[in-house]
Every structure is written in structure tokens, then in C-alpha cells.
Design a protein around this ligand. Sequence first.
Ligand SMILES: *Cc1c(COP(=O)(O)O)cnc(C)c1O
Length: 400
Amino acid sequence: MIGGPRSVGGRYFVQNPGPTNIPDRVLEAFRRPAIDFADPEFVALADGIWAELPGIFGGADEVVVLTTVGHGAWESALINTLDPGDTVLIPDCGLFGRRWARMARDLGYEVVMTERHMRRPTDPAEIADILAADTDHRIRSVCIVHTETSTGAVTDLAAMRAAIDVAGHPALYVVDGVCSLGIEPLRMRDWGIDVVVAASQKGLMMPPGLSFCALSDRAVERNRSATTPRFHLSWAPRFEKGPIYNRFGGTPPIQHMFALRTALDMIAESGGIDASIARHRRWAAAVHAAADGWSAAGPWEINIVEPKHRTAAITCVRTGDLAAGPLISVARDRFRVSVGSGMMTEMEGRAFRIGHLGDLNEPMLLGALGGLETAMTVLGLPHGDGLPAAVASLAATSGL
Ligand SMILES: *Cc1c(COP(=O)(O)O)cnc(C)c1O
């Protein structure tokens, strides 16, 4: 039984970049018995969450809650803002950028992509050039992945806004914040972002099943004129404050909302979103230190070359000529530490991805790194010492 008490097995360490470890309090919230979704108690709970969500995104004018995964929110963000056949710009920044672009194409939109880049974030200057060349403004939306979970890059969203402005381009600015909400600074209002797509199973410490589209007034305006056919994923019935059933596009996900309430409470009790961001920076620094330690005597290499371009959410470690598969299997099956595999082209089977997001503390992180290092040792894979470097990093930033 995965993660369960198959024997005296201890905890299963979920260090995938989503889903993440779920705190017991959030799991407990799912056990609350069902109530009528029209019960004033549930409506009040949902209204309370709706009132709080804009702040989590750094100032949204509306937030739509969808009972689906990140893909549903991606699709929702496209069909609610575009006319059939419209053109969108989606950089080729890794697996998630590619998938979003493929979705847009399959939905019948024209997609402009950049050159593929897997070892750095999207360059705002490249976006500015593409937009400047688009003199008749065919590109209607610029869709930027904030944290690219397949590579470990984080895009500078403020610089991207500046790039759109330098080009004087009126495109809608749409951001995939699935793997950055609660992890990286995300300031919709300050950075003139029109849509942020997010989901429950990354920085919010929940299981998959809820996703979000946070909207600026400009996005709401665009939504009114957008003519792509849509029904269930349509935004308008969700922010016209009608019956609660319509605001969720169907039966409200009652237990997920209980759990979201708890997750938001836990984030607030721990100092709010800014403290959550700071915690993730610490975890990331410790993982980078461990990876650098391993690399002292082995092929290990953090995929994102420039430290300032690395996200606080995940670290993708390349394994050179070594096959990553056995390491991933032994870490998971023998030591119960699960990490993600390398994604796309040369990284398939030649990288692993450690998630350091969600519900974590120092011993959990060290346990995960220790499980990986033990697996390297068992397999005879050459590596330097990662753990002491992680310990030193966490000690230096402990605040004590
Ligand atoms: C996880 C993730 C997604 C996809 O989310 P699903 O819930 O699996 O649909 C999209 N974008 C990014 C950046 C992600 O990390």
C-alpha cells in the first residue's frame, strides 16, 4: 500500500514537484461530513475564501475557482479570453510551456513560440522583439510560465511586463502560476498581470482537484467580448454572484473548500504568503547546496545554470551520462523518497527533479536528501557529500 502502513515503514516522503506532502490538518478537513451546499454556513465559508483569494495573488479583481487540475485552468484561461483562430505567444520554455502551446493549437488557436530553451527562463528581451515585430497586433495574449516545473527556471514577471510595455503591445498578459503561487513573489497588480492560472496541489499543500484563474479588470473586460464557445469552464457565471451552484459550474467541491480554508489558515498562521515564500527560498538554497556537494565528485549538475534563474519550488539535477532511472527507483522503492524524473529530450532518463515545496521542515528536507544520497551510495554512483552542505545551509539561515 503506497504511503500507508504496509509495515513499520515510517513516513513516505513526497518530494515530487507536485503533488506535495499534505499536512494532517488539511487531510482532516476532508473528513468533515457533507453539508448542503446551499447551507448558509457553506456559502459563508466560500464567500470568505473568495474575499481572501485576491490577496494571495497580489491583487486580483476577480478569482474564479474551478473543480479541475491546472490543465483545466489553462484551458479556461484560453477559451475565456480569445476568439476562434486568435494568435497567442507561448514561449518554448520546457514541458509545461510546450503542453500549454499544444493545448492552444489543438483548441484551434495560432501559436507563436520562441526557440526552445531548457536551461534558463524565457528572456524578456526576446519577447519584446517578437511583440515589436507584431506591428498589426495579431498576438492577443502573451502566456508566460512563471515556474517551469520541468526545468526549474523562474521567469522575471516584472521584467516581462516591462518588455510588453517597451514593445507598446496591447496583448493580454497571462501567467501560469501553478508552481509558483505561495512559493515565488506573484504581484498581479504591481506587475500588470491580467490572468494567473494556479492549482491546489503545489504551494497550497492540498491534493489535486481545485484550480484558479485570478483576473484583472482588463481580463474581465476581454472575457465579455471573447467569442470562443464555452460552457462549463466559462468564467462569467462564476463571478456573477448568483446561486452558489452556478459559481462553481456545478456541484460545489465542498470538502475541497473545507481543505482550502484550512490550508489558507495554516499559511496565515505561519506568517502569510511572504513567510511562505521565504521558507521556500531556504529549502531551495539547502537543496542547491546539496547538489553542489554531490557535484564535487560526480556528474551531478543543476539544470538551471544561473543561480538567480532558479525557482524556489523545484530543482532539476542532471545526471550526465548516468541513467537516472535506478536512482529514482531505489530512492522511492527502498527508501521511500519520491522525486520526479527528467522531462523532455536530453533530460529524459538523465535527470531527476526534487520538489521542495508545500509542507516541509528541516528534518523532512534532510531526510529526502539523505534518502537520495543513500540511494547514490547503494548504487555506487560517484558523488561528493551533499548532506553536510545542506545542513550548513539550513543552519546558516535558521534565524537562531
Ligand atoms: C503541475 C503544473 C501544471 C499542470 O497542472 P495539472 O494540475 O497537472 O494539470 C501546469 N503548469 C505548471 C507550471 C505546473 O507545475
